[in-house]
Structures are given as C-alpha cells and as structure tokens.
Design a protein around this ligand. Structure first.
Ligand code: PRX
Length: 647
C-alpha cells in the first residue's frame, strides 16, 4: 500500500466508544473475555465449545498442536447439521423463521427451522440414493437460493464434504475444482436471477462436465426456468428426487476432525488451493464469533449478510454461524441495484433487519449512489453493522456509520480469511472503542502480532500480520498438497502463520490492515491471483506474454490491470482478451484495462518488474529504473497510462 495511504490512516484520530444504551443489552462489555482467553486460550476455546455446541460424545483433548498441523476437540463427536437445525427444533423453536428469502424478481420464501430440517433430511436421503457416503466430496454450483443452504447442510448431515463453487466462476474454473476434489455429485440449477435477467448455470456446468470423469450424478434445481439439456441417467431434477425421497434421515455423529468442506481460493500461483475445514473446531469458531462479534440475540435480531455462499463469508456467516446460533436471517438472491439503487435498504426495512454485514466495495458503491437511497427507507431497526473482505478506508467507514448506522450503530470491521475459517480481528460492539478504518484488536482466543522483515515482533509501526498460536477454525491444510500448506503459510516466519497481509499498529495498539503484500489481488473483496489472470491471458492464441498487477481503485479496492504483448502478426482486441479471461476464470477476473505493449519491462535477468507496472498503473513517479533491460518500454507505457487517465 502506498505510503500516503498509511500516513492518512495514521492521521485518523476519531474514536467511538460503545453507547450506554448499546452496552446495556450487549453480551460483552468490559474485558472479561479477553482476560479469560489471555490466561489460557485452550481452556477458553474449550468453554466456548462446551457452551455453544452440542456434542454427542465429549472430547478428550482440547488441542493437539504438531506445527503446522492442529487438531481440535479430539475424540469428540458431533453433527453440524444437528447443531444448525435439530437442536433448535427439539428445543421447541421449530416454528421460528430460519430464512427470509428474497428472490431478485421480488418472489419470497419464508422457511422455518422445522421446514429447513425437513428439506435437509430429504436431501440427505437423495444424496445417499445417488451413492454419496461419508468422506465423499459433493460439488455445489448454485445461485443464492435456499437449496444452496440445504445442499451444504445435507452433506454435513451424512459426512460428505462439500465444495461450493461461486456461480460467477466459469465452466473451466468449475471443472478444475471438481477434478481437484474428485467430486462424485454436482448440485446445480438451471439458472438464477441477476440484474433482472436469468443467467444460465446448467449450460456452464455441462461444459465443465465434459471433462470431469469423477461426477456420477448431477442434481438440477429449477430456478431460472430457462431451457436446459438433461443427460439421461446422469442428470436429475431436484424436485423430482425430493418428491420420492424418504422423509427422515438421522444425523450421524461425526468425528470432530471429519472434513466438513473444501473451499478453493487463489494463491500466488495459477492453481487455486482447496482449503480444508473440519467439523468441531470450525463450528465452535463460527458460532462463537457470530454470537459475540454481532452481539446476536436470536430471539429479537434479524441478521443479514450480503455475501454469496460461494465465498467463505457465506459459509461461515450465512450458513454455519447463524444457523448454529438459531438466528433468523435474510438471504437475497440478486444485485443491490435491481430494480433500483435502494433495493438493499428496502429489504432492511421490509424485514426489520437489525444486524447488517457487507463489504467495503459495496459501501463505496452506496456512497457513489448517494445518501438519498438509504434515506428513502426506515433503517431504524439496525443496531450493528459490519464490514469484511478488504481494508475499509476511514471515509467509507464514516459514511457507513452516519448514513446506514444513523451515527449510533457500532461498526465492526472484521478481518479474517478463507484459511482462518472465522473472524479473527474485530471489535466487540459493546466492549471496544472503534476508530474509523481499524479492525482494532484480535478477538479473545486469537493471537495476532505484527512482525518486521526478520520476524521480530513490533509493537508500533508497519509490518506483516502473523498469527501466533492455533485456533479452532484454522485450515487443516490444502487438499492434496501438505507441502504447499507448509510453504505458503508457515515458512516465511517460522512458528507463525503468515496471513499474506501488511498491518500497522498505532500508538494505542490498534491494528490497521493494509492489504495483501503478495501477488494476490483483492478486487471487490474477491481474491484473485495475478498469476492466474496471466495464465488465462497467455492461453489466448494471440498472446505472447502478459503481466498483471492490482492497482488501487476508489470503488473496488484494487482493479486488475494487464500488460500484454501479442504474438508477431497476431490480432486481438481488449474486448477479446477480457472475454477470454471471463471464459477461463469468470467475469470477476476480467481486467479493467489492458495495455498492449511491444515489450514488458524486465530486469536484465529477464524478470518482469511488476512493482514498476503497479507504479505505472497508479500514476506514480518511477524511482530507479536502471536495473531495467530497456527503460524506453516503461516511458512509453507511462505516457499511455497518463493519457488513459485523462480520457
Ligand atoms: O487481505 C485480507 C482481506 O481479504 C483477504 C482474505 O480473503 P478471503 O480469503 O477471500 O476472505 C475474505 C472474507 C473473509 C485477507 O488476506 N481482508 C479480509 N477482511 C479484511 C481484509 N482486509 C482488511 N480488512 C478486513 N476487514
């Protein structure tokens, strides 16, 4: 991150303590949880696991730590679906609304805990009927419809691991993920609604299925109503299988370390990593953080997280955390600007949402749309508002607080990753004095420190964010690649988990997250690796060479900028190449701008100078270019970048 940004953050002096009114009802005021966890973090997590999660067999050992591999609640048995559904129904809360679902066209479904349990039991039997057994992998490629939640919980119920692939990913990306996981069954839909139109999913899935030999059956949910091809024997309609399925399916106890899911995320190489999460520790972590970070009171709150289930936020804070806590939540299918720019605020008003969790990119987009949009609606039900996915700039934080939170809802900026499973650094809304743009402190039970280049802990100033001891929701590894797990997270600073993020500690010990320090970009809160986009570009027959950088962007956090050299005599337009990337990876990975250049700036040893390209893309003055093989390449690019900013 540029020095001027760090300076600007350090000038931020505003502080917001929790109000007396908020504190009166809050689960946590004061420091008692921090003190307890500080004294013995394992005992602290054990207490959370005991209080918040139902076990069918108690564990013998809280944590086994063979760095860098950890196991939690060893010997314990539980079923995640039981925790998310049955126990609430058994406690007499079957009639409570689990999901207020709102389709983009305006159709709605209200699903109680009892109804969700019925649906999950039936679908568990459907999966079993298709040959899925404990330990198998099931791929899920769905829009934001309740069946996504049902499919995930049904997997958990029978001990199959799910691997959800975001519906915006291309068929190629889906095929890669299915093959890496050797999934047996794919659950998809005909299509879903987005921006007032149906987007087709099944045809994409069909393309992927041409090269996924492990898939034996495909279950298709009808949502879009678009025409699809069904391959006899392989493809089945969800509603037809459900109509025939047995009603009851007991929740089988699973080992605490049973694989719950794989979720693929971008790393610094072209190949996405299958992040592994297991059962007991993960559920404890997400249940605990969902309860305390959002100060959830399940009897009165209506919670809404705007993420997609295809990302980890959807796994932890739409499916597992909220349902384990017995919350009532809103799930919305579509985009925030259909039919108007106030859609989200109309939903808040309609359902009386009290807790709202979204991403900084969305907040910056709302800022652009103007304060008149939220002002059209009564948002007085809101009491906690959260942010996740990327650094939030103080200006966006303040706008969020003032215009969505009426100036009196605590703002919780939550830092975490696919790998951490759940929230790690965040205020507790009744206990923490916040500063705009700071994620404040590690949660009770979490050890985080900032270190310098050589791994020495620093107590003030900038460095690298590391986690100092294991936590229950931590990834258990990378599917099929333990070496990559060790190298990626544990090699840079021995004994510590290296998150890949820069961070700064201010005079009061507040943490300020500064974004990625590796070749991972963060575009609208989505992680995309520069190498992945480069590989997609060079797979186009006209492209000889490509370099990709993430440049600061006022709305999306970072934007993808590509520099491309075409093969001699080859022709390709910017649109051709952007579409090609969308086909290879998905629309989210399309470069915002592509510069065609006869050469890329390289060092004399032939390494592409990405840092320099980032400077060019962000319009900064270039420092020393003497190590370059040909400095005129950069001068040329710079003048074109300047031109395109003026355009
Ligand atoms: O760079 C950090 C950023 O998002 C990365 C993790 O991305 P992903 O695994 O896709 O998970 C996103 C949702 C948890 C981190 O390495 N990040 C996430 N939350 C924040 C953040 N950066 C700054 N502040 C945050 N609150």
């Amino acid at each position: 991150m540029a020095d001027e940004t760090i300076e600007a953050l350090l000038l931020e002096q505003r502080k917001f303590p929790p109000s007396e009114a908020f504190k009166k009802r809050a689960h946590v005021v004061g420091t008692h949880l921090y003190d307890e966890a500080h004294a013995d973090y394992e005992a602290f997590w054990a207490r959370q696991a005991e209080e918040l999660v139902s076990w069918s067999q108690p564990w013998q050992t809280v944590c086994e730590w063979n760095p860098p591999f950890s196991k939690w609640f060893i010997g314990g048995q539980l079923n995640v679906a039981y925790n998310c559904l049955d126990r609430h129904v058994e406690a007499g809360r079957g009639g409570k609304v689990a999901i207020h679902w709102e389709g983009e066209p305006g159709d709605t479904r209200t699903i109680t805990y009892a109804q969700l349990l019925d649906e999950v039991e039936r679908f568990s039997n459907v999966l079993r009927g298709l040959g899925v057994t404990r330990g198998d992998r099931v791929n899920i490629y769905l829009p934001m419809i309740p069946e996504a939640v049902v499919a995930m919980l049904a997997c958990a119920r029978i001990g199959a691991a799910h691997s959800v692939v975001f519906g915006g990913f291309s068929s190629q990306a889906l095929a890669d993920r299915i093959n890496d996981a050797s999934a047996k069954v794919l659950v998809t839909a005909d299509g879903g609604w987005r921006r007032g139109e149906v987007f087709a999913l099944k045809p994409q899935a069909d393309e992927a299925l041409a090269s996924t030999p492990s898939i034996e059956h495909v279950v298709v949910v009808r949502r879009g109503g678009n025409a699809v091809d069904m391959s006899a024997g392989r493809d089945h309609w969800y509603h037809e299988l459900m109509a025939r399925a047995d009603e009851r399916c007991a929740a089988e106890p699973m080992d605490s370390e049973q694989l719950l899911f794989l979720l693929y995320t971008s790393g610094t190489t072209g190949k996405p990593k299958g992040i592994m999460h297991t059962t007991g520790g993960y559920l404890t972590h997400v249940t605990y953080t969902h309860k305390y970070v959002f100060d959830l009171h399940p009897d009165s709150d209506v919670y809404w997280c705007t993420a997609d289930v295809g990302w980890v936020t959807g796994h932890s804070y739409i499916v597992y955390g909220p349902l384990s806590n017995g919350a009532t939540q809103v799930i919305y299918e579509g985009v925030p600007n259909f039919p108007g720019n106030d859609r989200l605020w109309s939903i808040v008003e309609k359902y009386g949402v009290t807790i709202f969790y979204t991403a900084p990119t969305a907040i910056r987009t709302f800022m652009k749309w103007g304060t008149q949009e939220p002002a059209k609606h009564d948002l007085s039900s809101l009491r906690v508002i959260g942010s996740v996915g990327e650094p939030i700039n103080p200006e966006a934080w303040m706008w969020y607080r003032e215009n969505i939170g009426r100036g009196d809802c605590p703002v919780v900026d939550t830092w975490w990753q696919t790998e951490t499973g759940g929230i790690m650094i965040s205020p507790l809304p009744g206990a923490t004095t916040t500063k705009p743009g700071s994620a404040t402190f590690p949660l009770p039970g979490v050890g985080a420190e900032v270190v310098d280049e050589s791994g020495r802990t620093i107590t003030k100033g900038g460095g690298y964010l590391t986690l100092t001891h294991p936590w229950p929701g931590m990834l258990r590894g990378i599917w099929g690649d333990p070496e990559r797990y060790k190298e990626t997270y544990w090699a840079r600073f021995p004994g510590r988990y290296f998150a890949g993020d820069g961070a700064k500690l201010d005079d009061d010990g507040y943490l300020w997250l500064l974004g990625r320090v590796d070749d991972v970009m963060n575009v609208s809160g989505h992680r995309i690796s520069t190498t992945e986009v480069e590989s997609a570009l060079v797979s186009h027959p006209s492209v000889a060479e490509a370099a990709v950088v993430g440049a600061n962007d006022a709305t999306t956090g970072q934007a993808i900028i590509a520099y491309v050299t075409l093969r001699g005599g080859a022709q390709a337009t910017e649109t051709d190449l952007r579409n090609h990337v969308a086909k290879e990876i998905g629309a989210i990975a399309k470069p915002k701008t592509i510069y065609f250049t006869p050469d890329l700036p390289k060092t004399r040893s032939g390494k592409i100078m990405r840092r320099l390209l980032r400077d060019v893309a962000e319009g900064r003055n270039l420092g020393d270019t003497t190590t370059l093989a040909d400095a005129s390449v950069v001068a040329e690019l710079q003048s074109r970048a300047a031109q395109s900013t003026e355009d």
